[in-house]
Design a protein around this ligand. Structure first.
Ligand SMILES: Cc1ncc(COP(=O)(O)O)c(C=O)c1O
Length: 366
């Protein structure tokens, strides 16, 4: 049996007619840049997330960059975030000249350590990027309270967390701005690059709409210098179709996760779903001592796995100049040595998930 980590082809085939129709409609309209398809998706996505404004953009990295620009982060401003994330989370801090400051995570959820976060805030801290890693939000109510006490702007990196919830609220409710990626493998993914920002604040939405499209107020009038960070219409039309299936796909992901929770051997470490959180399982992550051997064994059985992420950002060559050393963020470092992302996607069959469990059991027993 061959089981991929994600199966994008199976996903396409489950909605082929709708997708093909949507692509055809865009081609027939010749409305490729901005226009009605982008507007419709932005409105539908904002409604789905239960926020006031949705702004499509080129990808999740651009979304984070735009969020920091809208927050007014400038040279020397400190921005706090975690080391166990994709480098896009921190790249955007450097784009605006901000100073990256890491805060470790807690082992149970692999999400930001909120006590450590509060201690890390200084007078120079101007923003915080909360990462909803693997599809789970941390205690955003507490984070919002801390941020308000210290006048810190909150950006949610929800690239992996479409439809996730904390206390029944999705990203965008507690934070000032939430950023999404629609990279193909994401829970809501397009067929290329895509991203979006959501916010409840009119003023921020207005700034974001300017930044995303050359600072344009009208076709030939530029209020400011901006960027060409637009979401293209073909991707918007594809996303609009997929959005109508997202709740069903999320239920399916959660159902597979419950199966793994119940059937994987108890000696296998897990990333837990915290009380108050609705985890949407972009990745189902286990912790195994002999991680590399386990991945090799599973690969031999036709099971594809991933590691999200094997090198914490503070130890990446790109950040060598920070002079940070092994031992400074011990939880992120330990996780990086043990984590394995195992196959989980809406179209995973009962036979496939049982096969994954059987082989993890076999590896543990050996
Ligand atoms: C946590 C996180 N942040 C940001 C990004 C960047 O998104 P994109 O690849 O769409 O630029 C990703 C996606 O890979 C991500 O997983």
């Amino acid at each position: 049996m061959n089981i991929p980590l994600v199966d994008l082809k199976a996903n396409y085939h489950s909605i082929k007619k709708e997708i093909d129709g949507a692509i055809h409609d865009v081609l027939e309209s010749s409305s490729f840049i901005m226009g009605p398809f982008v507007k419709k998706f932005e409105e539908n996505f904002a409604r789905f997330c239960q926020v006031k404004h949705g702004i499509g953009c080129a990808n999740g990295t651009a979304a984070l960059h735009l969020a920091l620009l809208a927050a007014g982060i400038k040279k020397g401003d400190e921005v706090l975030t975690v080391p166990n994330t994709f480098i896009a989370t921190t790249e955007c801090i450097s784009y605006v000249g901000g100073r990256i400051k890491f805060v470790d995570v807690v082992p149970q959820t692999a999400l930001i350590d909120i006590e450590a976060l509060e201690k890390a805030i200084t007078r120079k801290t101007k923003a915080l990027i909360v990462v909803d890693l693997y599809g789970q939000m941390p205690d955003m109510k507490r984070i919002q309270e801390i941020a308000m006490d210290h006048d810190v702007f909150v950006i949610e990196d929800a690239a992996q967390a479409h439809a996730a919830e904390w206390n029944d609220h999705q990203p965008g409710f507690y934070g000032d701005i939430a950023c999404f990626s629609f990279f193909p493998a994401k829970n809501l993914g397009c067929y290329g690059d895509g991203g979006a920002l959501i916010t409840n604040y009119d003023e921020l939405a207005e700034k974001l709409r300017l930044f995303v499209n050359h600072g344009r107020k009208t076709k030939y009038e530029h209020t400011i210098e901006g960027y060409n960070y637009r979401l293209d219409a073909l991707q918007a039309a594809i996303l609009d179709v997929k959005l109508t299936h997202l709740s069903k796909w999320t239920d399916s992901r959660r159902n597979h996760a419950r199966f793994y929770d119940k059937n994987l051997p108890s000696s296998v470490g897990r990333i837990l779903e915290a009380k108050g959180a609705k985890h949407v399982y972009y990745m189902y992550v286990i912790r195994v001592q002999q991680r590399d051997k386990c991945i090799t064994y599973l690969k031999e059985q036709g099971i594809e796995c991933g590691i999200h992420y094997p090198i914490p950002l503070h130890l990446q060559p790109a950040y060598a100049s920070f002079g940070l050393k092994e031992g400074q963020f011990p939880v992120s470092e330990q996780l990086a040595k043990e984590i394995i992302s195992i196959p989980l996607y809406p179209e995973l069959t009962n036979t496939q998930r049982q096969y994954v469990v059987d082989h993890i059991k076999k590896f543990i027993q050996s």
